[in-house]
Design a protein around this ligand. Structure first.
Ligand code: NDP
Length: 394
């Protein structure tokens, strides 16, 4: 029986992964090694019971009592804390979904690779913060990383069977997010609620706000740079409001292969789950005539400064990706807390990058996960300071 684990099982990607696993036979077809979650202990316990998981882990020590209670009599072991999550990732499995949100997903992603599993990687922070280390670890352990971000899964699929040396460029599409049609001068006033309504995709709140600011797309550009070993000028971004074309790959003969599909993450997750096979998935089928038209336009960098910043991060290399990720997360926290405005997020991230350039050897590639985590910590402190200063000036 195939052994699987889901990290971040109670989130948007985690629940879609659970749905596909349950439809594919659940506990009768898979041996579930570990499921992890955060505060949604009731859902975690329910999933763990259904899949007869060996262990269920909550990230929060104060949730352990509730988790134990919810699992009473089930035979599922309960555990809590970040270290327990990473321990669970060390348990041998054949397929591991990495879908914890943010840099908390980094250590479990690394640990899961140690056992040579297929790592279905939704947690883009792992690649942006520590791409070179992660890929090296996968190589050393004989593990496979499959991208789960829809754009990267699309590129991966379009490249299947192709000669990599013929690849010229990739084009990543962006919906433009919740505030796409707002006038530029109004963006500074956008509230958390307004930035949290994605036009096409149902996702977690943080990634939805990151879509509106395009920090999500900026992360995806760096993710593509790291995962597919592309130069920055080989990666283009185009606004595509319908979210039907997920990415395109251009070859040296001028041909462009596009990946199309309904905006449903179960496609990319299912592809990774069944890889290298393709199996029937419960996603809507495209009706192009009903759609009528697909439109594309160039992103305006004044509206989306994150897209400019990601180019600077790639040009700098080294630790810049780790700083960018942690600064973006902290700036997002400050926006959600009402401390800074929507457009201030990019300013805070840019200031953090330039401040840390004078504090650490930013162009040096971190040599170990511990170093990435130290840089992450320092960045969060500095970004929080800058956000607090900005809040005082508002
Ligand atoms: P959600 O916010 O919906 O879910 C996050 C998951 O992580 C939940 O299980 C949550 O637990 C858990 N979690 C939260 N904080 C911690 C922590 N500190 N330690 C351990 N676990 C924690 O996120 P998404 O599913 O939207 O996204 C997950 C990842 O996938 C992100 O990296 C995102 O960028 C990426 N991604 C998401 C896509 C999407 O469509 N949603 C598309 C492509 C990539 P709980 O809810 O119980 O508190």
């Amino acid at each position: 029986m195939r052994r699987i684990s889901i990290f971040g099982a109670t989130g948007s990607i985690g629940q879609s992964s659970y749905d596909l696993i349950a439809r594919a036979g659940g506990a009768e077809a898979f041996e579930t090694v570990a499921l992890t979650g955060g505060r949604n202990v009731a859902l975690l316990a329910q999933m763990a019971r259904q899949l007869r998981a060996k262990v269920a882990v909550t990230a929060h020590e104060d949730c352990l009592g509730d988790l134990r209670e919810a699992l009473a009599g089930s035979g599922v072991e309960a555990a809590a804390g970040q270290a327990a999550i990473t321990d669970a990732a060390r348990r041998p499995a054949d397929w591991v979904m990495s879908a914890i949100v943010g840099n908390a997903g980094l250590a479990p992603s690394f640990a899961a690779l140690g056992s040579g599993a297929i790592l279905a990687l939704a947690n883009k922070e792992s690649l942006v913060s520590a791409g070179k280390l992660l890929l090296a670890r996968a190589g050393a352990a004989g593990a496979t990383i499959l991208p789960v971000d829809s754009e990267h899964s699309a590129i991966f699929q379009a490249l299947h069977g192709e000669d990599r040396s013929a690849l010229e460029r990739v084009i990543i599409t962006a919906s433009g997010g919740a505030l796409r049609d707002w006038p530029l001068e109004k963006l500074a006033t956008a509230t958390v609620a307004e930035a949290s309504k994605h036009p096409n995709w149902a996702m977690g709140q943080r990634i939805t706000i990151d879509s509106a600011s395009m920090f999500n797309k900026a992360m995806e550009v760096i993710e593509a740079h790291e995962f597919f070993a592309l130069t920055p000028d080989q990666i283009e971004v185009v606004i595509h409001p319908q979210s039907i074309v997920h990415a395109l790959v251009g070859f040296n003969d001028g041909a462009v292969m596009a990946h199309l599909g309904a905006p449903d993450m179960r496609h990319a997750i299912g592809y990774a789950l069944n890889w290298p096979a393709r199996k029937t998935l419960p996603v809507a089928r495209l009706d192009l005539a009903a759609l009528g038209g697909l439109t594309f336009s160039a992103p305006d960098l004044a509206r989306f400064p994150a897209l400019r910043l990601c180019r600077e991060v790639m040009a700098t290399g080294g630790a810049a990706g780790a700083i960018f990720t942690a600064a973006k997360e902290t700036a997002l926290d400050a926006f959600i807390a009402g401390q800074i405005g929507f457009m201030d997020m990019a300013g805070v991230v840019e200031s953090t990058l330039s401040r840390l350039t004078s504090e650490i050897a930013i162009t040096d590639v971190p040599s170990a996960l511990e170093q990435v985590l130290q840089i992450d910590h320092l960045t969060r402190v500095r970004t929080a300071e800058l956000a607090a200063q900005m809040a005082q000036r508002r």
